[in-house]
Write a protein that binds this ligand. Structure first.
Ligand code: HEC
Ligand code: HEC
Length: 330
């Protein structure tokens, strides 16, 4: 009987302080519920069944407005930010369906994957720098100021698109490593690839590979001055072959043989494209993958394409994070 005494005493004490007791009780309750839900969500997180949220669920508040602007920038990058994305190519052309396609380097879940160590940089980098690698390399454009409204909107969109993906759990979503690696290490043949291009790609991407923004949903450039730069992952034969096999021809994905995908990738990656200033400093600790088409420390360029000089070369480089100099700021 007297084991219940403390509870009775507490209840009596509450009579005069009803409101306060209720507040204490419900806040305790809330934090218990929250931590239980958190644990349950982590235990239950199943990378194979997780789905990114639909655009129709973007909240109707200030954060939602930012997410919506970020979505618009990812879909219409070149129209929205011509100074930063001067080509005929938008984020969604590679990160298909606004970054939801697990076979096209998904942005869904990226929020939980950064900060991250990147071998190409040889440093741990934040998500904003990763976005800027795509501005400078994949869009062959200029670095977007990290403090800008537009960068923050893109980051808000990526965070929202990653809703429910736990941080630091070690359970990887499909596609978390970027473009899937192709187990078949085939070698493309440029001449055969040219024939495949003429038969299966030219109708949309055009004889000069320049694409056409006027044909819905907007056909991006595969080479030439308005395409991705030589420093983009897509400029590597193996990455391009995987992207193409998994996603092209648009609307008829996986219809090519894997050899055809490597052949057409060899053709596309041999064509002229914008340079990528500073690329020789990539993989500073070595370990450059075989198909990288430019020379780095300990690596000879693999079938390097002709490159087109960049304007504003300094704005096309994303400096790696550097330690603050002691006594530099007060
Ligand atoms: C029916 C039109 C169509 C055909 C045919 C087609 N593509 Fe595409 N391609 C697109 C569209 C549209 C996109 C952008 C996808 C998006 O925004 O969702 C794209 C994107 C790409 C990209 C990534 C973006 C870029 O600019 O690099 C590559 C690479 C690519 N296509 C290669 C090919 C290859 C190779 C073939 C032939 C095997 C091919 N495509 C056939 C319409 C087409
Ligand atoms: C030419 C194709 C292309 C375009 C255009 C492009 N990207 Fe990428 N992006 C990639 C590829 C490929 C990867 C993954 C790298 C790999 O597979 O090695 C990537 C990776 C990323 C990542 C890291 C994903 C992760 O979780 O590791 C982010 C974030 C990103 N891109 C954002 C953007 C944004 C924002 C834009 C538009 C401003 C953009 N990208 C335009 C090809 C592209």
């Amino acid at each position: 009987m007297h084991r219940k005494l403390p509870a009775i005493v507490a209840a009596l004490a509450c009579v005069s302080l009803v409101a306060a007791c209720r507040a204490v009780d419900s806040s305790k309750e809330a934090s218990r519920v929250e931590s239980a839900a958190g644990t349950a969500a982590h235990a239950a997180f199943d990378p194979a069944s997780w789905q990114p949220p639909a655009d129709s669920t973007i909240p109707d508040d200030s954060l939602g407005a930012s997410i919506r602007r970020g979505l618009a920038l990812v879909m219409h990058t070149a129209d929205s930010l011509p100074e930063y994305a001067p080509g005929n190519i938008n984020c969604t052309n590679c990160h298909i369906n606004g970054g939801r396609n697990a076979e096209a380097a998904p942005l869904a879940g990226s929020q939980a994957r950064f900060p991250k160590y990147m071998e190409r940089t040889g440093a741990v980098i934040p998500l904003a720098d990763r976005v800027n690698y795509c501005f400078t390399r994949s869009l062959a454009g200029n670095r977007l100021p990290v403090e800008s409204r537009e960068m923050q909107d893109i980051l808000a969109y990526i965070a929202w698109l990653s809703t429910g993906v736990p941080v630091g759990e070690g359970k990887k979503l499909p596609g978390a490593e970027g473009i899937l690696s192709m187990p078949e290490k085939l070698v493309g043949d440029r001449a055969r690839g040219q024939a495949t291009f003429a038969a299966k790609c030219v109708a949309c991407h055009g004889p000069e590979g320049a694409g056409n923004p006027a044909i819905p949903p907007g056909i991006p450039a595969l080479w030439g001055p308005r395409s991705f730069s030589v420093g983009a992952s897509m400029a590597r034969q193996g990455k391009a072959a995987s992207f193409i096999w998994h996603n092209m021809p648009f609307g008829a994905a996986k219809a090519l043989t894997k050899q055809e995908a490597f052949d057409v990738a060899a053709y596309i990656t041999s064509q002229p494209r914008p340079d990528s200033p500073g690329k020789e400093n990539d993989w500073p600790l070595g370990g450059t993958p075989d198909d990288v088409p430019y020379a780095t420390k300990g690596h000879a360029a693999y079938l390097p394409p002709p490159v087109i000089a960049r304007k504003n070369a300094d704005r096309a480089i994303v400096p790696a994070p550097a330690p603050v100099r002691r006594g530099a700021a007060r």
